[in-house]
Design a protein around this ligand. Structure first.
Ligand code: UT7
Length: 329
């Protein structure tokens, strides 16, 4: 990637809905308790979209902040990618809804389905388009309303998820900066470990699918945990190898925020000290595609990276999928 046009992040924005659902709120809804949730996951609270908010509304709020921070308006964009598993509807895409709302007239727009890895997949896609010269300025958003597909009678899953959106503008940056490598992958054989079975062409929505709760997230937590710990390590090592770097070059590690125990296992494997790792799962829980950009944007807002720092993002999720990137900020 080193001889190509340098492409990086030139604007950032995030949004979470106002309503907060705490662990003690959940104690009143299912048989759980704050001690279990905090010790097993690190989560203390999560934000939940208002009834009249859909994924595009969260994405829009993050997008206008990202555009403002890049000093741009919608008309400067020529590509919009929304990574999500909770689009407003099957079609039109959430990206097309945003294209209209942002006034990004004529920009290409599509949704990307790679679950919690979707944001990194989106960054890789936008970077490739821009490096090829096909487009100049892309908006990449990770946005999800997991509360809409969560069964709030299932304690195994309902404590884990939240809603939010993070957005970045991707464009040309000075030589030496920008994305240095990506490592994307999938293990489709594990798809049934984390899925929504109903509502697609295999099992269309019916009274029966609703009754049997086929429109909610199903997850085999233990198996996904094992996968997560494995690929967080392997994807990180592989993307560093591709970038010609090693773990000591990493200034800031921005992992998918699913479970603090998964993040800690990656920190140990990579021997990364706490101050180099972004953790905000306690405040937002797992927001799927929004998780990495929420962590990245929050770190940027807190001044945790300076120009020239090496930022490593890594995520894993449904598919099963993973995605990692090395970025010189
Ligand atoms: O971004 C998508 C990727 N998803 C993930 O990264 C999730 C990966 N998996 C995990 O984070 C963990 O597996 C969980 C947090 C989901 C579960 O933690 P665990 O330590 O693997 O617990 P477990 O599934 O082994 O369950 C232990 C016990 C069970 O009781 P028994 O069978 O031992 O009697 C569960 O029924 O904890 C019980 N349990 C709960 N207890 C209180 C499960 N959920 C709860 C709960 N409150 N909310």
């Amino acid at each position: 990637m080193n001889n190509l046009r340098p492409v990086g992040i030139i604007g950032t924005g995030k949004y979470v809905p106002e309503k907060i659902l705490t662990n003690s709120d959940l104690e009143k809804m299912v048989d759980t308790n704050d001690e279990w949730i905090v010790s097993r996951t690190g989560i203390k609270e999560r934000h939940i979209a208002a009834p009249d908010q859909a994924t595009s509304d969260l994405a829009y709020e993050a997008a206008i902040r990202a555009l403002e921070s890049a000093g741009m308006t919608g008309s400067d964009l020529d590509l919009i990618i929304v990574a999500t598993i909770t689009p407003d509807s099957s079609f039109p895409s959430t990206a097309c809804i945003l294209q209209d709302k942002l006034g990004a007239k004529g920009a290409a727009a599509f949704d990307l389905s790679a679950a919690c890895s979707g944001f990194v997949y989106g960054l890789a896609t936008a970077t490739s388009f821009i490096q090829s010269g096909m487009y100049n300025n892309a908006l990449v958003i990770g946005a999800d309303c997991l509360s809409r597909i969560t069964d709030y009678t299932d304690r195994n899953t309902c404590v884990l998820f939240g809603d939010g959106a993070g957005a970045v503008v991707v464009g040309e940056v000075p030589q030496g900066r920008g994305f240095k490598a990506f490592d994307l992958g999938a293990e489709g054989a594990g798809g049934s470990l984390l899925q929504i079975e109903g509502g697609g062409s295999r099992l269309p929505a019916s009274a029966e699918t609703v009754e049997n709760k086929k429109h909610y997230i199903y997850m085999n937590g233990r198996e996904v945990f094992k996968f997560a710990v494995r690929v967080m390590g392997t994807a990180t090592i592989e993307v560093l190898r591709k970038a010609g770097m090693d773990r000591t070059d990493v200034d800031l590690f921005v992992p998918h925020q699913a479970n603090v125990r998964i993040i800690q296992s990656a920190m140990q494997r990579l021997e990364l000290p706490e101050e180099k790792v972004v953790v905000n799962v306690d405040k937002y829980a797992n927001t799927s595609a929004a998780s990495i950009p929420l962590a990245l944007v929050e770190a940027a807002e807190e001044g945790r990276m300076k120009a020239g720092d090496t930022v490593l993002m890594v995520g894993f999720g449904g598919g099963l999928t993973w995605g990692a990137s090395v970025l010189v900020w």
